[in-house]
Ligand binder design. Structure first.
Ligand code: TXE
Length: 482
């Protein structure tokens, strides 16, 4: 049994209440560990440790912070195998995916901000002829809250924590109660890297208890959140009246627009990935596929036959899809497949559970492609967040642009075309925070990351993240020239 503990003030501890929650392995459906069922008391202790550590941490030099972040990155690389195994067991994703994407990106997050903080500058304004100089200070906020989801556990947890501590803040962080394991291992790593006690505090527990205590804590100055749109709205309602800074990275229902003049083979290969990587549990997945009519039938046949061959199995094996993260989430996905069929959608492949020999109680689903008749059907409007994509043809740019934008979300989009002018027209008109042309999930960490509409508020990444985790203060000096 993996017994996970909170990490507060540099030491490991159970929840003050001694209550625990089961941790389930989605590949087998079995309970394999326990996590603290933390509440307000634990968050209060974490806040206290963070507040006590803030003064000394914010006075460290940029090089001192950089050194610690770069050491954390190196330790993550050294422990990649152990971290990947823990991630795969907790989330159900294939081990090879955790090893090739999740864990290297967690190291990259710390390495990127370990360098970025030494380059982060502000500005000054000389009011000539008025003997006046203005300069802008960018000061850390204090104690901040970082709350992350279950789909890319360590990857998204560190994407928030790294810039927060690089900017001189101290942190109360909560990973998803569904996937706590790598956050627990990260605590051991930051301790080894010499991060001073109280700079990073990790509290495990449910959203309604530990999570809620973080967002409503009067001393926590900002909340950086990634998760569902509904939860994001709840956090905004709670934290906004307390004037906390908010970064909300929420759901997506991203269009994948395929024109006949695209590089067909490359498009097909990447579209398999953008549809089903991580069992389709990535907010950036292209879950609505729109194909120009002249190649629709060809694409449908080629895509469906490729999808039908994708392997589904135990995440420790060499499979393309592992287990869905939880029984509840698997059932939510199956419900949406039924809704699609009630609306006249045609399941072209998949649409059912998969029984994996020896792991019959695991949560496995077949990758599913549904041909839909209307762009505004429910499965094209609501985030399913699983291995399910819809398919429909279009006839012209304006028509597909309307389809792409006719959705509450606005996170990302992919457009496949060889026409440069068209790629510019589409990128400027698509309502999203990120547009990929002839690629997908191509990430440069310096770029602004985030969505619009129901996909959230604010941007992560690069100097955007460091600006979020600092306050700008304008200092204006008037001086004598004689
Ligand atoms: O998110 P939740 P979940 C979407 C996707 C998924 C849905 C729910 O549609 O089905 O969100 O996923 C914490 N106060 N995405 O369950 O519930 C919770 O404990 C404070 C898209 O993971 O939003 C967890 O740590 N915290 C997303 C985190 O919020 C609260 C990736 C996310 O939980 C809370 C994942 C509260 N009241 C899911 N309630 C993306 N954009 O990448 C919950 N939490």
């Amino acid at each position: 049994m993996l017994r996970i503990q909170n990490f507060i003030g540099g030491t490991f501890s159970d929840a003050a209440s001694q209550r625990c929650l089961d941790n389930i392995d989605p590949s087998s459906g079995e309970v394999y560990g326990a996590i603290p069922d933390s509440d307000q008391t634990d968050v209060g202790l974490a806040y206290k440790a963070a507040a006590e550590a803030f003064d000394s941490w914010r006075q460290t030099t940029l090089d001192q912070r950089s050194k610690i972040l770069l050491t954390i990155a190196d330790l993550i690389d050294e422990q990649a195998q152990e971290l990947a195994r823990a991630e795969s067991k907790d989330n159900g994703k294939p081990l090879k995916l955790a090893l090739s994407v999740d864990i290297p990106r967690a190291a990259a997050n710390f390495r990127f901000f370990g360098h970025a903080i030494t380059q982060f500058a502000s500005e000054s304004h000389e009011s000539t002829g008025q003997n006046t100089l203005n300069f802008t200070l960018r000061q850390p906020l204090g104690v901040v809250g970082c709350i992350s989801p279950w789909n890319l556990p360590l990857y998204l947890f560190t994407w928030k924590i790294a810039p927060a501590i690089a900017a001189g803040n101290t942190v109360v962080a909560k990973p998803s109660e569904v996937t706590p394991a790598t956050a627990y291992l990260l605590a051991e790593i930051v301790q080894k890297a010499g991060l001073p006690p109280g700079v990073l505090n990790i509290v495990h527990g449910t959203g309604n208890s530990a999570g809620q205590a973080i967002i409503e804590h009067p001393g926590i100055k900002a909340i950086s959140f990634t998760g569902g749109t509904k939860t994001g709205a709840h956090i905004a309602r709670t934290a906004a009246p307390m004037f906390k800074k908010l970064s909300l990275e929420l759901g997506g229902k991203n269009p994948n627009v395929i024109f006949a003049d695209c590089d067909y083979q490359k498009m097909l290969d990447v579209t398999i990935r953008s549809s089903f990587a991580n069992q389709g549990q990535i907010c950036l997945c292209g879950s609505r596929i729109f194909v120009e009519r002249s190649i629709f039938e060809k694409f449908k046949n080629d895509f469906v036959s490729r999808v039908a061959q994708l392997t589904v199995g135990h995440p420790a094996q060499d499979v393309y899809l592992g287990a869905i993260v939880s029984e509840d989430h698997r059932d939510k996905i199956l419900h949406y497949i039924a809704v699609a069929q009630e609306e006249g959608g045609r399941v072209l492949t998949g649409g059912h559970k998969v029984v994996v020999q020896g792991h019959e109680k695991g949560f496995y689903l077949a990758p599913t492609v549904i041909e839909v008749k209307r762009a505004d059907c429910r499965v094209n409007q609501e985030e399913i967040f699983g291995p399910v994509v819809t398919l429909m043809p279009f006839d012209g740019e304006q028509e597909v642009l309307n389809y792409a934008n006719d959705v509450p979300y606005g996170l990302s989009a992919s457009v496949w075309t060889s026409d440069l002018d068209r790629s510019m027209r589409m990128s400027q008109s698509i309502q999203a925070g990120i547009v990929w042309i002839n690629t997908w999930m191509n990430r440069d960490l310096r770029t602004p990351f985030g969505g619009i509409k129901a996909s959230g508020v604010g941007r992560e990444g690069g100097f955007e993240a460091l600006r979020f985790f600092t306050e700008a203060k304008n200092v204006c000096i008037n001086y004598k020239t004689t």
